[in-house]
Design a protein around this ligand. Structure first.
Ligand SMILES: Cc1cc2nc3c(=O)[nH]c(=O)nc-3n(C[C@H](O)[C@H](O)[C@H](O)COP(=O)(O)OP(=O)(O)OC[C@H]3O[C@@H](n4cnc5c(N)ncnc54)[C@H](O)[C@@H]3O)c2cc1C
Length: 486
C-alpha cells in the first residue's frame, strides 16, 4: 500500500513537494486553511480586474522550466510567457532609469547616467553569471543539513564573497547613487539590507539583467493553476477551507493531522505553512525552536499592499515601476534597524494590464501598490489610509497625471492580514531573510530533529524567500522523505 502523506498549506513549496512525492508513488493529501489554494500567491478577481495578491516578478525562468521538466512537461503546456520590454522603470527624484530587456540596452542606460559605467557593469554581470551557475547547480540544491554542503571547489575559490557584502561590492565599482540603488534592488528579494547580504548573492543581478523579467499571460496565478493541474494529473487530493489544528504524534512519530476536531491518519506530515506556526501545532516538547530563537531572527519585510481598479488607462508607466525617489537608506533603516512606519517610503507599483489586456476591462488599468514595512508594526485603517494618500500624491507627481479621481475600488492588505490569512510570524510577507548567519545549513531545518516522519518546507527553510526558491524547497524536502523511506 502506498504511504500516505498529509501536506499542510498549498503555497508554491507545498504544491512542489506534493508533485514530487506523488510522482514517487506516495498518496498525497494537501490541507489548505483558505478557500483558495496558492498561499501568498493567491489571486483576487473583482469587476473584471485580475490581481496577483503577492508575487508579480517572474524571474529565473530556468527554475520554472526545470520544475516542469522534472515531470516531462514544459511551462508552455500550461501557460504562455512574454519577456517584458522594458523590464521595469525606476523613478528617482531627478530622473527615470529604464531597464531594458538586454544587457546592451541596460549598458547604454548606465552610460547615460555615468559615462564609463558600462564597462564595470559588464564585468560585474559576468561575475554574477558565474555565481548564478554555482548557486543554482551547486549550492541551492543542497538540503541545508551540514556546513560541508557549501564546500565545493567552486565555492572555495569564492569564499571571500561570503564575507564581503553586496553593498561594498557595488560601491567599489559604481559611484552614482542611482546606479547603486539600481544594482542593490534585486537583493531586496532575499529579504535583507544589501549591507547585510553576502556579495556572492549578486547572482540576483544576473537573474535581473541577464535572464530578464517575464510575465505569464493571465498573471502569476497561472503558475499556481499549472501546478494544481499537474498535481491533479499525479493524483494529489487538495482540500481547501481545511485549517490544520494539530499535528498528531504517537511514540515521537508524526501520524497525521487534526482538522475541525477530526483525526486524519497519515504516515508522514509535511508542513509548508510558516515554520513558527507549524511548530505551534505541536505540543511544546516536540518543538525544535524556542520563541527566543524566532524573535532573534532577521525576518524579511511585511508589506502594505493596495489592489486598485482604475477606470482609465494610465500614462507614463510600465508593467513594473519602482519609486526610489526618496532616501533608500533611511527606509531600509526603518525596516530593519529601528522598525517603525517609514518616514518617506519607497514603493513599487505594478500594472499588469499595460502588457496583458486580459488583466483588466477594456480602457481600464489594474494597479498593485506595495510599500515594504517592518514586520509586527501596528496596523490600523487610519495608518493604511495615511500611507495610501501619501503614495497616491507622489505617484501623481512623478507620473504627471491625476489618478485618485479615477479609482473604481481599492482593497488593502497589511500586517494583520498576513497574520490572519497565512498564520505568518509577525505578519512577514517574504519569510526569513537570507543573511550570512541565516544561509543554507543555518536556516530552520527541513526535517524535524524531535519527531520522526515530520518535515517542513517553504520560504522560511532552504533555500529561502521567493517563488523559485519555494519550488526548490519542495523538491529538496521530497528528496529527503524519499531517501528516508528507501
Ligand atoms: C506581497 C508579496 C510580493 C512578493 N513578490 C514576489 C515576486 O515578485 N517574486 C517572487 O519570486 N516572490 C515574491 N514573493 C515571495 C513569494 O510569494 C513567496 O516566497 C512564496 O509564495 C512562498 O511560498 P510558500 O509555499 O513558502 O508559503 P505560502 O505561500 O505562505 O504558503 C503557506 C500556506 O499554508 C497555509 N496555512 C497556514 N497555516 C495553515 C494551517 N494551520 N492549516 C492549513 N494551511 C495553513 C497558508 O494559508 C498558505 O496557503 C512575494 C510575496 C509577497 C507576500
Amino acid at each position: 500500500m502506498p504511504k500516505k502523506i498529509s501536506i499542510i498549506g498549498s503555497g508554491f513549496s507545498s504544491l512542489s513537494a506534493a508533485c514530487y512525492l506523488a510522482k514517487a508513488g506516495y498518496e498525497i493529501t494537501v490541507f489548505e486553511k483558505n478557500i483558495k489554494p496558492g498561499g501568498r500567491a493567491r489571486q483576487l478577481k473583482r469587476d473584471g480586474f485580475t490581481f496577483d495578491m503577492g508575487p508579480s516578478w517572474y524571474w529565473m525562468p530556468d527554475i520554472f522550466d526545470k520544475f516542469f521538466a522534472d515531470f516531462n512537461k514544459k511551462t508552455a503546456d500550461y501557460y504562455s510567457l512574454d519577456q517584458l520590454s522594458p523590464a521595469y522603470k525606476i523613478f528617482f527624484s531627478d530622473d527615470i532609469i529604464t531597464i531594458g530587456d538586454s544587457l546592451e540596452k541596460i549598458s547604454e542606460e548606465f552610460e547615460r547616467i555615468e559615462p564609463g559605467s558600462s564597462k564595470p557593469l559588464k564585468k560585474f554581470i559576468l561575475k554574477a553569471k558565474e555565481n548564478y551557475s554555482i548557486a543554482i547547480d551547486k549550492v541551492v540544491l543542497r538540503p541545508g543539513i551540514s556546513p560541508f554542503e557549501l564546500v565545493t571547489k567552486e565555492t572555495i575559490l569564492k569564499v571571500d564573497q561570503f564575507f564581503k557584502t553586496i553593498s561594498s561590492e557595488v560601491r567599489k565599482n559604481f559611484k552614482n547613487k542611482k546606479l547603486i540603488s539600481t544594482l542593490e534592488f534585486p537583493v531586496l528579494f532575499l529579504g535583507a539590507k544589501p549591507n547585510k547580504t553576502p556579495s556572492f548573492y549578486n547572482f540576483m543581478n544576473f537573474a535581473d539583467f541577464g535572464l530578464g523579467t517575464w510575465h505569464p499571460k493571465g498573471g502569476m496565478y497561472e503558475i499556481i493553476k499549472a501546478m494544481l493541474s499537474l498535481a491533479e494529473e499525479l493524483g494529489v487530493t487538495i482540500h481547501t477551507n481545511s485549517a490544520v489544528e494539530k499535528i498528531n504524534i504517537e511514540n515521537r512519530c508524526a501520524n497525521g493531522v487534526t482538522i475541525k476536531g477530526k483525526t486524519i491518519f497519515s504516515d508522514y506530515v509535511l508542513s509548508g505553512a510558516d515554520y513558527h506556526h507549524s511548530e505551534t501545532l505541536l505540543s511544546k516538547e516536540y518543538r525544535q525552536y524556542s520563541e527566543k530563537y524566532w524573535s532573534k531572527k532577521t525576518f524579511a519585510p511585511s508589506s502594505l499592499l493596495f489592489y486598485i481598479g482604475f477606470n482609465k488607462k494610465l500614462r507614463n508607466i510600465e508593467h513594473h515601476n519602482l519609486f526610489f525617489d526618496t532616501d533608500f537608506e533611511q527606509h531600509a533603516e526603518e525596516i530593519y534597524d529601528e522598525p517603525k512606519w517609514p518616514t518617506d517610503p519607497m514603493f513599487y507599483a505594478n500594472f499588469p494590464s499595460v502588457t496583458d489586456e486580459s488583466m483588466s476591462p477594456t480602457g481600464c488599468e489594474t494597479g498593485f501598490f506595495l510599500i515594504p514595512i517592518a514586520p509586527d508594526l501596528e496596523d490600523t485603517p487610519e495608518l493604511r489610509e495615511q500611507y495610501f494618500n501619501l503614495m497616491m500624491k507622489r505617484f501623481e507627481q512623478k507620473t504627471k497625471q491625476t489618478v485618485k479621481d479615477h479609482i473604481l475600488f481599492k482593497e488593502s492588505f497589511c500586517v494583520s492580514d498576513f497574520q490572519e490569512e497565512y498564520n505568518s510570524y509577525k505578519g512577514n510577507a517574504y519569510g526569513m531573510a537570507n543573511t550570512l548567519s541565516q544561509t543554507a545549513f543555518l536556516r530552520p531545518k527541513l526535517k524535524s530533529s524531535k519527531v520522526k516522519n515530520l518535515y517542513f518546507t517553504g520560504q522560511l527553510t532552504v533555500p529561502g524567500p521567493g517563488v523559485p526558491p519555494s519550488l526548490i524547497s519542495g523538491k529538496l524536502v521530497s528528496e529527503l522523505i524519499i531517501k528516508a523511506n528507501k
